[in-house]
Design a protein around this ligand. Structure first.
Ligand code: COI
Length: 355
């Protein structure tokens, strides 16, 4: 399919101080859009000036939540090249989300071509310093106007991009996590393993309550027994207990994070003891109490590797790794970031140079 390019006539001012970049507040001059209807399939791919969408107030995405998205990044490499990291996996996951909420799948090759074209149009926006990147937000919404509950026939896929710094205000400093034992994020058979908007809306109240108590995020437990550790909503969680590195298995209620998968493959490549297994919050706090919990960290595209320095469960605070970034967390951060910024060879084939 041809991707038409209609360049913006007026360009925005680009940020001058990369050290001040926040997360998800700035967007570039252009966006990519592709329409869908059941008769024509995906059509009318175009890059045009970033701007408002025109939506019917009855559009299905506004009422019944047929919305899915992805998050990935492009990096300015050490050699001045532009690099994507595992982007194909993001589009495969978008299609996984699409199937779950009855939205149309997108051809991964088309999505990749469109993304690369958009990034190259706005390449001057890619920040250069370590720790900054171009965040990419592919999004799909149901645009058909109706109010009965059924899958829509019309959709819009779009990609917006923008320069970002670190996701958490803490940067690489350890975050404080509140173990949520009142609200539930997802249950087996639900949509917990998809990136659909409702999962995030559902997480807001717990996160706000935790924030008021001084926490960065909440750690979700399983929706049935409130016993098994799941994820942090913006990150998958890893614990190092003795020499075992543990993360929750993909049982359907947590997101299959791409950084999660990268960490698993890297630590296995390093010959470390990596287990995807159920881990209960009781096991985590018992290990923290006895000094066997060496490290805890979260992984995510936006967060990269985020060390967890404190966990609070049922009003008791557990300090992890002396409240500092642990050795493995640091080593993993250095390894992943070095691959992403093309500072070292990529033995996994994750990096793609696009310009
Ligand atoms: C990401 O890590 O890119 C995400 O999509 C998480 C988020 C900021 C909602």
């Amino acid at each position: 399919m041809e991707i038409k390019v209609n360049l913006a006539t007026k360009l925005k001012e680009k940020p001058t101080d990369e050290s001040k970049l926040a997360f998800g507040e700035l967007f570039t001059d252009h966006m990519l859009l592709i329409d869908y209807d059941t008769n024509r399939g995906w059509h009318n791919a175009r890059i045009e000036a970033y701007g408002y969408l025109r939506l019917d107030p009855a559009a299905a995405c506004l009422h019944y939540g047929q919305e899915i998205f992805e998050g990935l990044k492009a990096y300015s490499g050490k050699d001045g090249g532009i690099y994507l990291f595992r982007a194909v996996d993001n589009f495969k996951r978008l299609n996984h989300s699409a199937r779950r909420v009855c939205m149309p799948e997108l051809d991964v090759d088309l999505a990749m071509e469109a993304l690369k074209k958009l990034i190259l149009v706005d390449r001057e926006w890619i920040p250069k310093s370590r720790g900054t990147s171009l965040y990419i937000r592919p999004t799909m919404i149901a645009t058909e106007a109706f109010l009965s509950v059924h899958p829509a026939s019309n959709y819009l896929f779009y990609i917006i991009i923008g320069p970002v710094g670190s996701y958490y205000r803490e940067g690489l400093n350890p975050v404080k996590i509140y173990v949520e034992d009142k609200y539930v994020r997802a249950a087996a058979g639900g949509t917990g393993d998809t990136k659909t908007a409702g999962n995030y809306a559902n997480s807001l109240l717990a996160a706000e309550e935790a924030k008021k108590k001084g926490f960065t995020q909440v750690l979700w437990l399983d929706g049935c027994e409130k016993r098994w550790v799941e994820e942090v909503g913006t990150m998958n969680m890893f614990f190092v207990i003795d020499d075992e590195i543990i993360t929750a298995p993909l049982t359907g209620s947590i997101l299959g994070g791409i950084t999660r998968d990268s960490v698993i493959r890297i630590v296995r490549h390093w010959g470390l003891n990596m287990k995807e297994r159920l881990v209960s919050i009781d096991e985590v706090v018992a290990a923290a109490t006895s000094g066997r919990l060496k490290e805890a960290f979260g992984t995510g595209t936006a967060a990269v590797i985020s060390p967890v320095g404190h966990i609070t469960y049922k009003d008791k605070d557990y300090v992890i790794a002396g409240g500092k970034m642990g050795e493995l967390s640091q080593k993993l951060y250095d390894e992943i970031v070095a691959i992403q910024y093309a500072e070292k060879p990529d033995p996994y084939g994750w990096r793609e140079k696009i310009g």
